[in-house]
Structure formats: structure tokens, C-alpha cells
Design a protein around this ligand. Structure first.
Ligand code: PMT
Length: 236
């Protein structure tokens, strides 16, 4: 069994993809399956942490029902749909957490208005324009308000042609978000979202790579938690 090196710690993990409603039957979403976030929650629980999982939409084959997740983790599961709901839940849960991980894929924009009735197509053949507005940056908010000692971890989903470009994009994102650790993953049509494997470079606040994993999402999860513990140890 795994070492209990997170015993006594409260870990909050977000997973899955947000859905931003357009009308009662449509939404703007993304291809996050929830696998990476769940792998982190599972790994933290196996290492002795008390885990709260905050999930946006998960693929059906990843998590059939909230009840099953709760049984599996023996911990708290909070279901949300939109970026706004995720922000509210994360803010509340992060207040008492030792470690916060934002693995959820969060919409950066949402429809500025949500139609009460189903949006009709008009027969003129004209294009339909939607006005989108920004959603709150949850990770940046959590990092700015983190209690003393808390470690805040984010992901950066990038479409980068090579390692150097990925690091450059990651450092720019780190500067904007202010997390303690950022796991950079290349996402594209075939990798990252939905896949069983992931390849990440974890950077610290200074933009220095502290871990690099190319393997299963479980392996990525454990490496990320190792990096959290190393960071905590270096602070003491
Ligand atoms: O779910 P899977 O299918 O397993 O796929 C895993 C994954 C590719 C979705 C995951 O590894 C990942 O990269 N998650 C973050 C996706 C994302 O939203 O990346 P981003 O680069 O747009 O955002 C950077 C960070 O800010 C992320 O930690 C994100 O959670 C956070 N964010 C983004 C927008 C926003 N409005 N608020 C946020 O907090």
C-alpha cells in the first residue's frame, strides 16, 4: 500500500469540465473527462489525506454516479456545473485546506445571457452571434487569498509545438495565476483531454521545472503530490 505521507492533510481537488448554459438545452463545454482530477483525488486519499473532490462534468465511464465516488474515496464529493459554481465551491473548501489542486478544465468565457427558452434558428440563413463574457479566474483568486502554508497547484493546458515553447507558455501563465506549482500539459486533438495518459512538466513559482512525468494519469498524480511534499519540506 502507498506511504501515508499525506496523513492529517486536507486536500481539495477539482476535476472535470465546466458547462456554461446557453439555453435550457445547450451549453458551452470542453473535452475534459475528469480522469486527471480523479486520479489526483484517488492518489491523495490512498496516501492518507482527507480529500474533497469538487467535480464539474465527468465522462460517464469515468464516474458513473456521485454515490460511487463517495464510497470510493470515503470523503466529500461536491458536484458543480458552471465556472461560477466551481468558484463558489472551491473558495469555501479551500479556506481550510492544506493543498488545493485545480485540475478542472474551466471555461474562460460564458454566454453573457442565458435564454429562458430554447434559442430558435431563424430561416433567413444568417449567422448567429453569441456574446461571451469572462468567467472568474478561480486559480488566481485561490492563490491570491491562500491561507499561510497552503500549497496551491494549477494545471496549464497548452497547445505548444515543443518543450521550450511549453515552458515559455507555462511561465507566462504562472506569472498571471500566482500558484505554487503549475503542471504544464500539452493538449491537442489526441492528448491530454480524455486520454488515459498524460505528459506534464511541473514548474515552481520561479518557472523552474521540478518534476517531469510521461505516463499514466495516476503516475502524474503521484508525482504532483511528491512535488507538493518537497515544496513543503523546502519551506520548513
Ligand atoms: O479531465 P481529463 O480528460 O483527464 O484531462 C485533464 C486535463 C487536460 C483537463 C487537465 O490535465 C488540465 O490541464 N486541466 C486544466 C485545464 C485548464 O482549464 O487549463 P487552462 O490552461 O485553461 O487553465 C489554467 C489553470 O487555471 C487550470 O488549473 C484551471 O483549472 C484554472 N482556471 C482556468 C480558467 C478559469 N476561469 N479559472 C481557473 O481556475
Amino acid at each position: 500500500s502507498a506511504p501515508q505521507d499525506l496523513a492529517g492533510r486536507q486536500v481539495v481537488v477539482s476535476a472535470g469540465g465546466t458547462r456554461e448554459p446557453l439555453d435550457p438545452v445547450r451549453f458551452i463545454g470542453n473535452r475534459s473527462s475528469g480522469k486527471q482530477g480523479l486520479a489526483i483525488a484517488r492518489a491523495a486519499a490512498a496516501r492518507g489525506a482527507r480529500v474533497t473532490l469538487v467535480t464539474a462534468h465527468l465522462d460517464a465511464d469515468v464516474a458513473p454516479a456521485t454515490g460511487d465516488l463517495r464510497t470510493e474515496f470515503g470523503t466529500e464529493v461536491i458536484r458543480v456545473e458552471t465556472a461560477e459554481e466551481l468558484a463558489t465551491a472551491m473558495r469555501a473548501e479551500a479556506a481550510t485546506a492544506d493543498v488545493v489542486v485545480m485540475a478542472a478544465a474551466v471555461a474562460d468565457y460564458r454566454p453573457a445571457t442565458v435564454s429562458e427558452s430554447k434559442i430558435k434558428k431563424d430561416d433567413s440563413g444568417d449567422a448567429l452571434s453569441l456574446t461571451l463574457e469572462r468567467t472568474p479566474d478561480i486559480l488566481a483568486g485561490l492563490a491570491a487569498e491562500r491561507p499561510r502554508g497552503q500549497v496551491v497547484v494549477g494545471f496549464a493546458a497548452e497547445t505548444a509545438p515543443d518543450r521550450e515553447a511549453l515552458l515559455e507558455l507555462g511561465r507566462t501563465k504562472m506569472a498571471r495565476k500566482g500558484a505554487d506549482l503549475l503542471a504544464l500539459n500539452v493538449v491537442g486533438w489526441r492528448t491530454g483531454f480524455g486520454a488515459d495518459d498524460n505528459a506534464v512538466i511541473v514548474i515552481d513559482r520561479a518557472g523552474v521545472p521540478v518534476a517531469e512525468v510521461d505516463g499514466s494519469k495516476d503516475a502524474v498524480a503521484h508525482a504532483l503530490l511528491d512535488a507538493v511534499l518537497e515544496l513543503e519540506a523546502a519551506r520548513d
